[in-house]
Write a protein that binds this ligand. Structure first.
Ligand SMILES: Cc1cc2nc3c(=O)[nH]c(=O)nc-3n(C[C@H](O)[C@H](O)[C@H](O)COP(=O)(O)OP(=O)(O)OC[C@H]3O[C@@H](n4cnc5c(N)ncnc54)[C@H](O)[C@@H]3O)c2cc1C
Length: 745
């Protein structure tokens, strides 16, 4: 489909935009861009360097019209082959776009270009007493654009969230060359969240508004050593259970520390097998000292043989140099390093570790193991020599077994490095075919010709085994099955539904609505995991009831006092911090397919972030069946510390039920916060319309949001049970109602 050597046909036209010297087709340049930090290789046809962000849209338009594949590239440190031009085509090198436009300490925002290196931004912010939370271990070279592309995390994301929690707004060039702005303040579905972590497949971020945070007054770095790695993980888990939320909680094994010997002398007792770095920040000296005391006690109880609080900034930096230098240290031991990036629910770490160690031993490999212990993200660093084909095969096999182990333990195949090329096959083990098809269609809705970083994330050939799907969704939940059957029969009859969270909600506008499909019977807690601090709960539960139930277990969701249901809160984007605590979502599309996104892991970048896309989707993309959210052990707003979070006490005067369905004009209901924030009304744009077609091609759910002119006939009641009495024969066919305008197609 993609013909090679087509670039020559557009070379002159592009050179007129970028300047001749910025268009490179010479062999050396092409070779330099034929590899990245992963294992895959493929040469591009050309490399285009940009020195002005305004050059990108016209160049993308030309490439798109000529059907030439392209991909944005920055430092190339993604570890999944994400910047390999598999279909040849053009590398768009954005690394010269490294302006910091503004550091705004009034609004706590920094405005930057994509090529800004993470550490350079941190250094600039430091001058103003600020920091930007995502701090990947690769921060000395990786860039903000790459961080957005991968939804990067880092040690500090345990407390402050990953990239998607720390971006306020993005300026984007879509694959077709449109310039659009996506903001967390946009009404409607979470397009910005969908874009973050999309690995350059949905377009290119050319400018970012980042949330910056005032530096805490006190930062203390502690380190502890243990005789076994299991004990170190136990200690990490107990620290979180105790309700202490460190700024960072990292673990590494002896191999890793020993590998760093030539940078820094191993500061731990010789017999130590594992080390933790625990960093705390706070404005209150007494509180931080109290927490350190508690952490020391926990470490002692887990048989630590060494504990120390760094005396000086230099000592603290030395500890971090060991942790952040682990990869280069391992890379010095052999020509290649495979860094795996599995993630499991935190309490499963000891089991995951045992199994991973067994895999490494079984294949007789040398590896160090690093963890973002606080959020269950495991990085075995396996060293090998790529010139030995047999060894490469074994290493890859071991890597896949590690990923399968993480999936078996309820985890995911990537916490932060992305899927790229190298983990595409593993997507088949994590998702059923129907969900992978959905991902494909999401890609197509942004990139109909499949030109922007093609063949990444979604496997090229889908594996039709559906075991995971049937395991998850063979439900004996009668209410769910009723909804499923109802939705399927309505789909067959082209009958529309108005989705509502509860029938007893205060918004009386609903009384005149037809075809109401209420989720009020879905109120069960499906899985309360006290050790993991998560709850999976059905969407029809009232927030007040959820809080009441959790309180009996001394667990607290950082949610505002809100009168409606959890599903309504998510679909209506009625609490700004919901995106910081939502980690999993099961949804039903209008044809009755059930899909699961995310789960109990705190980090997950495998596939597009559909869970967060559904925040603000207003019931028009699908029914939210249940959600998994993070909990706190204290009834306090530690999520306030996260950028963008709102106070628990905010007054949320938001219409309940599925917003849009509930209001006369079917727009996003205005949400008023104590800060006086008023979200805009929702007018579907080109991309939210195209996505609507992906999830609900017949426009059956909350259809008026997407310009539907008439309603389906009335139902006799609002509850799902009453829907049973309704004769489907009475429903009109309405397939003429969902038409996209020419420009939306
Ligand atoms: C030693 C080491 C340690 C690491 N530690 C961490 C860690 O702690 N946490 C972590 O999250 N990751 C880590 N990584 C992985 C990697 O550094 C991150 O994924 C980083 O965000 C990639 O940034 P980059 O500038 O290298 O981007 P690249 O690798 O060049 O690009 C990454 C992806 O983003 C896309 N992309 C690039 N620019 C844009 C843009 N402007 N708009 C949209 N998409 C774009 C690319 O096409 C590609 O798919 C580590 C890697 C290494 C080698």
């Amino acid at each position: 489909m993609f013909k090679k050597r087509r670039f020559i046909t557009v070379k002159k036209e592009i050179a007129r935009i970028t300047g001749k010297d910025n268009v490179r087709c010479d062999a050396v340049e092409l070779m330099a861009y034929s590899y990245d930090a992963g294992l895959s290789k493929a040469a591009p046809e050309a490399v285009i360097n940009f020195d002005n962000i305004n050059q990108i849209a016209p160049v993308v338009k030309i490439l798109y019209q000529a059907r030439i594949p392209f991909l944005p590239r920055l430092a190339g440190t993604n570890l999944s082959g994400g910047t390999i031009p598999l279909k040849s085509g053009v590398i768009l090198n954005l690394s010269q776009l490294n302006k910091i436009y503004q550091i705004d300490t009034t609004n706590n925002i920094a405005v930057v270009e994509p090529g800004v290196v993470n550490i350079n931004l941190q250094k600039e912010l430091d001058k103003f007493g600020y920091f930007y939370a995502p701090d990947p271990a690769s921060q000395k070279v990786c860039t903000i654009g790459g961080n957005i592309g991968e939804n990067a995390g880092g040690p500090q994301c345990l407390k402050y969230g990953v990239t998607s929690n720390n971006i306020s707004k993005l300026l984007i060039i879509t694959p077709e060359g449109d310039e659009i702005t996506l903001s967390e303040k946009d009404a409607g579905p979470g397009l910005m969240s969908l874009f973050i972590g999309s690995e350059g497949t949905l377009g290119i971020a050319i400018k970012a508004w980042l949330k910056i945070i005032p530096k805490p007054k006190i930062i203390k770095t502690c380190t502890a050593a243990f005789l076994t790695i299991e004990d170190s993980i136990k200690a990490a888990t107990k620290i979180i259970e105790a309700g202490v939320l460190p700024r960072a909680l990292e673990a590494m094994d002896k191999t890793c520390v020993d590998a760093s010997e030539n940078i820094i002398k191993n500061p731990y007792p010789g017999e130590s097998e594992a080390m933790l770095i625990i960093e705390l920040d706070c404005d209150d000296e007494n509180e931080i000292n109290k927490n350190i005391k508690e952490i020391k006690n926990i470490c002692d109880n887990c048989f630590s043989n060494f504990f120390r609080v760094a005396d000086t900034k230099t000592e603290s930096e030395a500890l971090w140099a060991i942790r952040k230098g682990a990869y280069p240290a391992m890379a010095r031991l052999a020509p290649n390093v495979l860094v795996e990036d599995g993630v499991v629910p935190r309490p499963k770490l000891p089991e995951a570790l045992k199994k991973i160690k067994a895999i490494i031993k079984n294949y007789d490999l040398k590896a160090s193991i690093l963890f973002h212990a606080g959020d269950g993200n495991i990085h075995p660093n396996i060293i090998f020599d790529e010139r030995d084909i047999e060894e490469v095969k074994i290493v890859k096999k071991a890597g896949y077994e590690i990923l399968k182990t993480c999936i078996d333990l309820g985890g995911s195949i990537s916490g932060e490095h992305g899927i790229g090329i190298e983990k595409r096959v593993a997507m088949n083990w994590l998702y059923p075919t129907a969900t992978l098809e959905l991902f494909k269609n999401i890609k197509t809705s942004f990139d109909p010709e499949n030109l922007s970083n093609p063949d990444k994330i979604v496997p090229v050939s889908l594996d039709s085994r559906n075991e995971i799907f049937s395991k998850t969704h063979s439900s004996d939940n009668k209410i769910l099955n009723n909804i499923l059957n109802e939705v399927k029969s309505r789909y067959r009859a082209d009958a529309q539904s108005v989705i509502v969270g509860s029938d007893s909600n205060s918004n009386k506008n609903l009384e005149n609505e037809n075809n109401i499909l209420s989720l009020s019977a879905l109120t069960e807690i499906i899985d309360l995991d006290r050790e993991n601090f998560t709850v999976k709960v059905e969407a029809g539960i009232k927030i007040s009831r959820l809080k009441e139930l959790l309180k009996t277990s001394s667990l607290y969701p950082a949610l505002p006092d809100y009168e409606g249901t959890l599903g309504g809160l998510i679909a209506g984007n009625c609490a700004k911090n919901i995106k910081n605590i939502l980690i999993g979502l099961d949804i039903m599309t209008s044809n009755g397919e059930i899909h699961s996104f995310g789960g109990k892991t705190l980090k997950n970048v495998a596939g597009y972030d559909v869970a967060k896309l559904f925040i603000g989707s207003m019931g028009a993309y699908g029914i939210i069946l249940n959600a998994t959210i993070k909990l706190d052990s204290k009834n306090q707003d530690f999520f306030e510390a996260m950028p963008g979070a709102v106070s628990r006490t905010m007054s949320t005067k938001t219409a309940e039920a599925m917003p849009g369905a509930a209001t006369k004009d079917h727009a996003h209901p205005a949400t008023t916060t104590s800060a006086g924030r008023q979200t805009a009304r929702f007018t579907p744009g080109k991309y939210s319309r195209r996505l609507k077609k992906v999830f609900d091609p017949k426009n059956l759910f909350n259809s008026r949001l997407y310009n539907i002119k008439k309603d389906s006939p009335a139902l006799s009641g609002k509850d799902v049970s009453s829907l049973k009495d309704y004769s489907m024969k009475k429903l009109h066919k309405q397939n003429d109602l969902f038409k996209l305008s020419e420009q939306d197609k």
